[in-house]
Design a binder for this molecule. Sequence first.
Ligand code: MOS
Length: 703
Amino acid sequence: MTTTTGTTTAPGALGSGRARVEGRDKVTGAARYAGEIPFARLAHGWLVLSTIARGRITAVADEPVLAMPGVLTVLHHGNAPRVHTDYVGMLGRPNPVVGLFQHDRVPFVGWPVALVVAETPEQAREAAEALVVGYEEEPHDVAFRTGRDDAYRPEDSPMVEADTDKGDVRARIVDAAFVVDAEYTTPEEHHCSMEPHAATARWDDGRLDVTDSNQGSSWVAGELAQLFSLDPASVRVRSEHIGGAFGSKGLSAHQVAAVMATTALHRPVRVAMTRRQMFSLVGYRSPTAQRVRVAADAEGRLCAFDHEALNLTSGVHEFIETSAVLGRVLYDADAHRTRHRVVRLDVPTPTWMRAPGEAPGSFAIESALDELAEKCGVDPIALRARNEPATGPVSGLPFSSRNLLACFEEGARRFGWADRDPRPGLRREGRWLIGTGTAAASYPSGAGRSTAAVTAEADGTFTVRVNAADIGTGARTAMTLVAAEALQADPDLVQVRIGDSDLGHAMIAGGSTGTRSWGWAVRLAAADLRERLALGGGIPAEGITARADTADAIAALPQRERHSFGAQFAEVAVDVATGEVRARRLLGIFAAGTIVNPLTARSQLIGGMTWGLSMALHEEAVRDAATGGHVNADLAGYHVASHADAPLIEAGWVDDPVPGDPVGIKGIGEIGIVGVAAAIANAVWHATGVRHRALPIRPDRVL
Ligand code: MOS
């Protein structure tokens, strides 16, 4: 059961609760997903993944398999076409796993070693399972733990600096009245989108045409063009409906395999992943080990803040889980230090997963702040209020808007925080110990270059073309409302077309940037169109089209700290006889700029919060040191919160005007998960008096 409240600031279409424009198609089955779009003469590819964690392929016994019913071809490193992986794409260098079948080396369990293509998926699967691959095995290492002496400082990337330093942490800690110095760990976690990755590739009149499930078809089309050395204009990627995507739906092995196979066979080829394959092919959230040192004076003012985060990456590609970036936004101190360190193991490369960095990072620092509040004898919300920075703690830049305390005030009021007895272990209801906890949340509000076209049609309607990706968020509906508002038109007169790289370049649905990025382009185009329509004259049969590109507007934006903020609250019940933790209530109050569509915004926020609950109590991928592979690579063994685990979850928001901002819209895709695990862990402490610094808070850890 969920409820929501919240004020809306914008008049007209923006802020009106509107059901998804494609909702009927989705619930009636008319909306087709990438793995179910029919094509004439469609062939089916099945990926074969390595069973060893490190070594070389010595042989791929394809001949017996080629004789099996329906089998059309077997692609592997001995016969696959060469691809070009030495490029920098829209979001950096490609993960080497997309350099499919280019060599005989195996860097982890689940590395793709072959693709079997057949007339039917069943024939392809049977042949793939029969394919014998010979290996020369080498020793592997998959053990992630702190204290490894091979942890190293990662390269600074355009997205993040590995380290920041201000002042002398050691000196400030020595002088402090209260110090918390603790290690927090989070496990390997997986995306588990409902729809597994799938793509169909075909050549259509000299153009490569790919139907896919991804977070940005401009992005995937650009990567495929680079990889296969094609003219970008000759690649079209469509991604109309997407059954969830949380950072993993970019370019992966399946699209590359489908393109290779359609090129070899001259017929459409579909490659769909199994749930189990997703655990090694599409990235995941790295486990983290984080040391947090926070120190305060007698009044609870922070004098030192130090966050050092370790994550793993693969032997073939560097990925940083940016856990320590959150403290660069939330807390200032005279001495302020953040560190990222990485260790290379024989495992697949991790990737972005909903609130990459902030999700595990918030567990560590928001738990540590709670521990500090306890030591100082200060209420956790009062401690945060006492430490609100005036400007970015590391950057010194002003905040575009920062309404964190308003979130805490509104949240405390609705949650009933004022009545809370801060002492732990005092409340009992039968066999349950009851506790409450809170945590702060923040997530960046960025924008990426996008283009849009808005057409006034001769029949009085409007058509909006913007290459957004609706990953389940309601992006189509949000763009309908943004356009209707900008055109001062009835939303029912606005048709929005998305999910097709031929619509022009647009930002991905990622990094909580989608609505802001696409909405910006739509607004610019709509404003231009309105000016043209104001000149009068009729509308010709082909309509009147205005186009916009946000590149210049983004470049002209003044430098600011731009973030969404939030306050998370949790009430838990802990059964100390069985170790079971039940979340009873979650409340999140957010400051996230203009809320475009309260109906879908609420869904996104409570979706993120539900995942935070799942992260706190359930999710954990486990690797077997001997084989290097997972022992629970499916939804039976990898536990995600089910409906029965989800309590009363409420999400709301406070007014958050962004002065001088040309869009006013921030992101809400990721902030929902941030801080939830800490709020729950803090509530478990309040219930029991025991701190849990390792996720998930499993029954055996509670006992
Ligand atoms: Mo999100 S992790 O930016 O898809």
